[in-house]
Ligand binder design. Structure first.
Ligand code: SF4
Length: 303
């Protein structure tokens, strides 16, 4: 296995995933997030010594022979993959090779205003972008961007990209105690997210020690904050110690719950009691609601 390829790892949402690391030797990122799982590092605006497209593709071909049954190829980096200067060429080459496998990129979105980056990402099956805050002061403190990065440009770029991208766009909010864990943060996020119109929003918190001493929030806090995101399917990552709610809802209350936003199968399992789940299945049978797949996750939605 080459330095550029890692895995495969089993992902609950996407199946067996093979990773491509475009900066295997050192962290190269235009953010220095407080929660980063890599060591803190000086931010950069460009990637130095990137591998060539040919090198990456050669390694990928070898890995396909060894792991023919993977479901997804994930482009990532020890840092930010969109800093890779030949992104469009690399994506075209992978698309040519990948057959029925899906291509996913995990990006901090710092370059999404760049038309070349937008153009390159159009050919990816699933684009997952980070958006922890839309408030400039929180962005500066939490994501600690390079001085070439502007939150205003990121938000503008995300909206532009959301309008033209035809495949699956997921946004990820990582919540850190005392930084972006307030209702006001999420009300502001909701406003912008509804303009971007992603397929799904994932909300999580720190689950491993990071570069700096910052703290996770509880599962309950994540759930409360998630309620501010309206209309868009949301996945809230469950932390250890999370307790099931077992709510008893009647049909009308279930409809109201889904009116607020679609609910994942997992969330329904965690929040409803057995009787309410039966009522929900009944609504499904009567076509009042439907089950849709959004970026690998099933959601109940009003019909
Ligand atoms: S964007 Fe990702 S890699 Fe870069 S500092 Fe933040 S968490 Fe780390």
């Amino acid at each position: 296995m080459s330095d550029f390829i890692f895995g495969p790892v089993l992902s609950r949402r996407f199946g067996l995933s093979l990773g491509i690391d475009l900066s295997p030797d050192k962290k190269q990122c235009n953010f220095d997030c407080l929660y980063c799982e890599l060591k803190g590092a000086k931010t950069v605006a460009f990637m130095q010594n990137p591998p060539s497209v040919q090198e990456v593709v050669k390694s990928l071909k070898h890995s396909f022979i060894k792991f023919p049954d993977i479901d997804v190829i994930t482009i990532t980096a020890n840092g930010e993959p969109a800093l890779y200067p030949s992104l469009k060429e690399l994506i075209s080459a992978i698309n040519f090779l990948k057959g029925g496998k899906k291509l996913l990129i995990l990006s901090n979105a710092a370059c999404i205003h760049d038309k070349n980056v937008q153009n390159a990402l159009l050919d990816i099956d699933i684009v997952k972008l980070s958006l922890d805050t839309v408030i400039p002061s929180t962005f500066k403190k939490l994501n600690r961007p390079h001085n070439s990065v502007s939150l205003e440009q990121i938000l503008k770029g995300m909206k532009e990209f959301g309008e033209v991208f035809k495949n699956e766009l997921a946004l990820e909010i990582l919540v850190v105690e005392n930084f972006n864990d307030t209702r006001d943060e999420f009300i502001a996020l909701n406003h912008v997210i509804n303009e971007i119109k992603p397929s799904r929003v994932d909300i999580s918190t720190i689950d491993r020690p990071g570069a700096y001493r910052v703290k996770a929030v509880s599962s309950e806090t994540l759930e409360i904050l998630a309620r501010e995101i309206k209309n868009i399917p949301v996945i809230v990552a469950k932390r250890e110690g999370f307790t099931k709610k077992n709510l008893n809802l009647d049909e009308e209350e279930i409809i109201q719950l889904l009116k607020m936003r679609p609910q994942s199968e997992e969330d329904i399992d965690n929040i409803l009691d057995e009787n309410s789940k039966k009522l929900l299945l009944n609504l499904l049978k009567r076509d009042k609601i439907k089950l849709i797949n959004v970026v690998g996750v099933n959601f109940y939605k009003l019909n």
